[in-house]
Design a protein around this ligand. Structure first.
Ligand SMILES: Cc1cc2nc3c(=O)[nH]c(=O)nc-3n(C[C@H](O)[C@H](O)[C@H](O)COP(=O)(O)OP(=O)(O)OC[C@H]3O[C@@H](n4cnc5c(N)ncnc54)[C@H](O)[C@@H]3O)c2cc1C
Length: 509
């Protein structure tokens, strides 16, 4: 047993991030009998959670399965639906749409993505959309869903999926999980942070009712304000709003009015974009906008005019600044969730970044000595995670042909991070993309958004010349046929849910 082991972890904040951090830590510490570690989660009854965050990425499934969650039970308890990707409307230009589907394209040719070969043929004209080779996209078009299985046709099995869920129900679900494994929930509002005079480490937090809660490791999940990481430690924030200018969102749920589709929709508006996230019991909607180009009243009116069903609450405005905390981990405080930074929700990446914050924390879990070498490495990893996501999201704004509003003119003409500019230059040369290290978005994702946003490569990959045009056309045609037939043979999304994981109507336990 190591006598330098962390003996008490204090998580400040009981939103999605707080309970996502508590659940795996509780599971782990439950097993550490020889060297017990208390886990305390402080949740304020007065300060609400952000209350949005309903669309996820396929990586959420790794998180859920690492906890051993029962998939069907989780779906029922969180009113979840399945997500095969995002439909983007009016981004490249008005009237144009594309789909960013999860997973890969059909089988590779000579160890290269079939899309590289498609690019070659497409230059001669007459090719159908590249989307015909994405199983996730074809399933979305057919409004179909089944999870991929080992028995599926290998030509059409390379898709993946995530969930849409009610974020408050998900936090509650994880809270039950964590409490069942020994995490202790403390209801109270932190009003003061006590720091050690010798090194500024946080010694304890003090609650409004006078209680003092001490700890070895503090996890700041207090939301945008960053109660410990910023208000107490003054860590600093890297502002990225010159690359991602949207700074507000107005959100409202509405009743389900149409068929339950297995994807998120992101429709570009004059000064931002609108999300549509279908859950089993309602549709989540929001208008993300830039306050320099449109007022809150106008943004709200755009949202309310574009709902599919009756609104189920008053619209609510949220303010944010895109960027990241200069150091996610400072002294004995690790910030996770909105306290560590925020990249606007276009590609549903925040919960994934929460997950990465936790995963890296488990990898670089400290002892009470808090070796700065370990802390620095965590910070380097989290910087990468945030910057990779940032570049991918900025691409959607930059690569537009829209000239119909001052907002889109601004986005089209703005400079972008050099790392993104290099990727765009490479793609424009001959359609090549790359994946940096362990970055979240894979080559198929970059390809889909670059093509979808109508960036046109000047040439094609020279090594695709090893296969004749006739052979490529025959192969692509065959694969597209199989993918289309498989998608059309699947049950509808609603049918699959009704048969396997229908949630009880709201108000029925
Ligand atoms: C407009 C918008 C849309 C989004 N959409 C998505 C999406 O589709 N997908 C996605 O992955 N993410 C999305 N997100 C992000 C997602 O909502 C958050 O990443 C996620 O909810 C985590 O939030 P959090 O737990 O860090 O903060 P919060 O939900 O703000 O929770 C903060 C917690 O800290 C507590 N707290 C604060 N101050 C104190 C105090 N003094 N004392 C005690 N407790 C305190 C509060 O009570 C609360 O429990 C979106 C965010 C926004 C703004």
């Amino acid at each position: 047993m190591n006598d330098k082991n962390i003996r008490k972890i204090v998580i400040v904040g009981g939103g999605t991030a707080g309970w996502m951090a508590a659940a795996p830590l509780a599971l782990l510490m439950q097993r550490r009998n020889a060297s017990p570690c208390e886990i305390v989660v402080i949740e304020s009854p007065e300060i609400g959670t952000i209350g949005v965050g309903e669309a996820t990425l396929p990586t959420i499934r790794f998180y859920n399965s690492s906890l051993g969650l029962d998939g069907a039970d989780f779906i029922k308890r969180t009113q979840a639906s399945f997500k095969l990707g995002i439909e983007f409307r009016d981004w490249g230009r008005l009237g144009h749409s594309f789909f960013h589907g999860f997973g890969d394209f059909g089988p590779r040719i000579e160890n290269r993505s079939p899309l590289m070969y498609w690019q070659r043929l497409q230059r001669a004209g007459g090719m159908p959309s590249y989307e015909d080779w994405s199983t996730a996209t074809m399933m979305a078009r057919a409004n179909a869903f089944v999870p991929p299985t080992a028995e599926a046709n290998p030509l059409a099995s390379s898709y993946s999926y995530a969930f849409h869920f009610d974020a408050s129900l998900y936090a509650l679900y994880l809270r039950n999980y964590a409490e069942a494994r020994g995490a202790v929930r403390v209801e109270g509002t932190v009003v003061d942070v006590e720091q050690r005079p010798e090194d500024g480490f946080v010694a304890a937090v003090r609650l409004k009712d006078g209680r003092r809660i001490d700890g070895d490791l503090f996890i700041d999940c207090s939301g945008f304000r960053g109660l410990l990481i910023e208000e107490a430690l003054g860590t600093g924030y890297e502002d990225w709003s010159h690359w991602l200018p949207c700074d507000r969102a107005v959100a409202v749920p509405c009743a389900c009015a149409q068929e339950l589709v297995p994807y998120t929709r992101a429709t570009a508006r004059e000064s931002g974009w609108q999300w549509r996230i279908p859950l089993q019991h309602r549709i989540g909607n929001g208008h993300v906008f830039c306050s320099r180009f449109i007022s809150e009243d106008e943004a709200t009116s755009v949202l309310m005019r574009n709902l599919d069903g009756e609104p189920m609450a008053e619209p609510r405005t949220l303010r944010f600044k895109t960027g990241r905390r200069s150091k996610a981990w400072n002294r004995n405080v690790v910030s996770i969730g909105l306290a560590s930074g925020f990249i606007e929700p276009l590609e549903s990446t925040s919960i994934h970044l929460v997950q990465m914050g936790i995963a890296h924390l488990l990898t670089y879990f400290p002892s009470r000595g808090f070796d700065p070498v370990v802390t620095d490495e965590y910070n380097r990893m989290m910087r990468n995670e945030f910057e990779w996501v940032r570049d991918f999201v900025v691409l959607h704004y930059k690569a537009t042909e829209r000239t119909d509003s001052p907002f889109w003119n601004h986005c089209r003409e703005m400079s972008v991070p050099p790392t993104l500019q290099a990727r765009m230059n490479l793609f424009k040369a001959d359609g090549r993309v790359f994946r940096e290290g362990e970055e979240l978005f894979t080559k198929p994702s970059w390809l889909q958004v670059m093509h979808g946003q109508r960036l046109n490569p000047a040439s094609y990959h020279p090594l695709t010349d090893v296969v004749s045009e006739e052979e490529i056309a025959k192969f692509l045609d065959e694969v597209a046929g199989v993918i289309g037939a498989c998608a059309n043979a699947m049950p509808t999304h609603a049918r699959y849910i009704a048969d396997h994981c229908a949630a009880a109507p709201v108000g029925v336990a």
